[in-house]
Design a protein around this ligand. Sequence first.
Ligand SMILES: Cc1cc2nc3c(=O)[nH]c(=O)nc-3n(C[C@H](O)[C@H](O)[C@H](O)COP(=O)(O)O)c2cc1C
Length: 251
Amino acid sequence: MGKLKILAIGGSPKKGNTFSVLNLIKENYPDIDLKIIMLKDMNLELCLGCYSCIRLGEENCPLKDDRDTIINEMLDSDGVVFASPVYVNSATSLMKNFIERTGYEGHRPRFYDKFAMTLAVCGMFGAKETNQFMSDILTSYGFDVVSSLELQVATKTEKETLYNHKLIVEAFDSFIDKIEKGERTPLPMGQLVRFNLFKLISEHKQDYFKADYQYYKDKSDLPYDGKISSVKKKLAYAQAGKMLNDFMKVR
Ligand SMILES: Cc1cc2nc3c(=O)[nH]c(=O)nc-3n(C[C@H](O)[C@H](O)[C@H](O)COP(=O)(O)O)c2cc1C
């Protein structure tokens, strides 16, 4: 087996603490092919809100920039790290914009054979919420989010640095271990419902949600649910159907 390929996407507007953590990981794991992309170094326009990616397919986005370069790197890796500092209790605007620009991935999830880790670096608070935010997004893209790391970088004393180093190694070891074992955690029920909902909506509005309709049309069974029991599948389908019915009742 060749080197594991990991892509780390950093959301800080500078080469600060988040970049240092990613670099430390890179230096400490020479056997892993870790590529760091700092979003600040990429050309990423702001989402225009035109819905072209969601409705017609991501290739119809009018913005021509580095979005696909990053997506292709993600597709080409065994695992992805979403790393953001905490800016006012959440991920940075750079990270949020990248998420908006790739939000269509949540409609037609194709990362279900890949693992992800989240890293949030704060001064004191907000890392848990930031990780939860990024983890929910990655799950909606199909990823199996198997590790998360909350770091408080405040004093930069030797004591703090050593403590953080220990947390970094524990979280990254666990990430690599899960990738090497290759056993995907079954999708959470909420996510299964969401996929079913997009499938049903696209059947309901075929002309509007063209890309979703094409994506789900040829799949008699969803591609990512090999390990999910038929009972759970039926429940998810029924729940999605009820949600759509309730939605349509007042429309
Ligand atoms: C605009 C801004 C908002 C911030 N908001 C928070 C916050 O809500 N909670 C917190 O603990 N730290 C906050 N911080 C501190 C950063 O999370 C912390 O310094 C982090 O290590 C910065 O990472 P970076 O150097 O990679 O950008 C904030 C920093 C900035 C610049």
